[in-house]
Design a protein around this ligand. Structure first.
Ligand code: SAJ
Length: 416
């Protein structure tokens, strides 16, 4: 089995296609987006990740990786398309369904299909298994092989984690899992753990839900500390000295395309009320509104207030703005007629007006709100910032600036 088709060339599909091509497979990368295919075919990548561009150019120039909008016959089909959340907080599986709809026209006896897209339990068996049977008559596990192999990589470290993390594979049967293991062993340095389809599907969801629940706890604790006028960061530092306590950092919201979404998938198709998981989602979702209120309290007496938001991405040191708390805060402040300036040299694709010039963004401002702890912000000279602002206020939602330094330059310093 040497030919692999990777369907969906996004944050996961493109690095996966590259890493497989650089480990001996002939890879065809497919995407429905013409712009992406044109860009890749001109030798440029549309995703910024360390090591990705070099790896892509290497396999693209050697012909081991080709990209196209059209599928071809292949030994293996890897599906890594988005599975977004719909209006009712249910999984929208339309991209998976569209991908399988194409695969059905090219699949042959003996082929292997692997789903990598995060999906509710049962998706691989019920959606892929039944669509292929209905359209081709091929029986899953007998005529062709089927597995679910979730991605677990951290944006900002995708290539590194793709190679070094442990990997879970759920097969419809042992042979499917083993055939998939052979492929991932070509590049995975971590352990490859084999299980059944549904266990693999729910394990992926459990990982991200675990993080969301823990984030909800730290965010609620921050609110409780604020009620008592206690510094949350001191509490976390002290509590985390306990050998079995590891409280995460509170912040202005939980963003990205995974953590705010996957907890809903774990609740998909089950009939449970008042779950802890849903409650935690609500807590984390409420944060941008709470932060916006606090911002308004600080600038409420100002005429034509100007607020500067530092950071547009959903987390530190990357430019990915999907589900970023900055977006929600921006919308709230816009409604309140605040003059907003967002400064983030990493997030040039932000949907709202973005300032790439530090001086412009802080000039005449009444409040600087630190939302994302990009390393590059460490270079900012607070004395310089204080000279340009109209009112010297800092709201540091990430414990990023030093309070002593900020107060030395005349700032009023607010924490989360
Ligand atoms: N955050 C905090 N405080 C923290 C840690 C994170 O507020 O202490 C916030 C971040 O600022 C961000 C959000 O949480 O807004 C999510 O960031 P993250 O770094 O926790 O996770 P992602 O979405 O970048 O990647 C996650 C990872 N899952 C886990 O760590 C369990 C990654 O391994 C998954 O592969 C990825 O989701 C995915 O694709 O599912």
């Amino acid at each position: 089995m040497k030919n692999i088709c990777v369907i969906g060339l996004g944050y996961i599909g493109l690095p996966t296609a590259c890493v497989l091509a650089s480990n001996g497979y002939n890879v065809l990368g497919i995407d429905i987006n013409e712009e992406i295919i044109t860009k890749l075919n001109s030798g440029r990548v549309h995703i910024k990740e360390p090591e990705l561009e070099e790896m892509f150019l290497d396999v693209f120039n050697s012909g081991k990786l080709r990209v196209s909008q059209n599928l071809e016959k292949s030994d293996i089909f890897i599906i890594s398309v988005p599975t977004p959340l719909n209006q009712k907080n249910k999984a929208d599986l339309s991209y998976v369904i569209n991908a399988v709809d194409k695969v059905k026209d090219y699949i042959d006896k003996g082929n292997l299909i692997i789903l990598e897209s995060t999906s509710p339990p049962g998706t691989t068996r019920k959606v892929i298994g039944s669509m292929i049977l209905k359209n081709t008559g091929l029986k899953v596990g007998e005529d062709y092989y089927l597995a679910f192999c979730p991605e677990r990589v951290l944006p900002g470290k995708i290539v590194y984690e793709l190679i070094n993390n442990d990997r879970i594979i759920g097969g419809i049967n042992k042979k499917s899992a083993e055939k998939s293991k052979e492929i991932y062993s070509s590049f995975v340095k971590g352990k490859i753990l084999i299980t059944d389809l549904e266990t693999a599907e729910i394990t992926k969801l459990a990982e991200n839900t675990y993080r969301d629940v823990n984030l909800a706890f730290s965010n609620e604790l921050a609110m409780i500390c604020s009620d008592h006028n206690i510094n949350i960061w001191d509490v976390i530092e002290l509590a985390n000295k306990h050998p079995r306590v590891n409280i995460l950092n509170p912040g202005p919201g939980v963003g990205g395309h995974c953590i705010p979404i996957d907890p809903w998938f774990i609740l998909h198709n089950i009939n449970r009320k008042d779950t802890l998981i849903e409650k935690c989602r609500d807590i984390n979702n409420s944060l941008p509104n709470i932060i916006s209120k606090k911002i308004m309290e600080v600038v409420k007496d100002k005429k034509d207030p100007k607020v500067t938001l530092f950071g547009a991405s959903y987390k530190e040191n990357i430019g990915d703005t999907r589900e970023s708390p900055t977006k929600a805060i921006y919308k709230n402040l816009e409604r309140k007629k605040v003059n907003i300036s967002v400064y983030d040299p990493l997030s040039a694709n932000f949907e709202y007006p973005l300032s790439l010039d530090l001086n412009d963004s802080i000039k005449g401002s009444d409040l600087l709100v630190l939302l994302v702890e990009h390393k590059i912000f460490k270079k900012i000279n607070l004395k310089h910032v204080s000279n340009l602002m109209r009112t010297k206020n800092i709201f540091d939602t990430r414990n990023f600036f030093k309070k002593d330094e900020a107060t030395r330059y005349g700032f009023k310093y607010y924490i989360i």
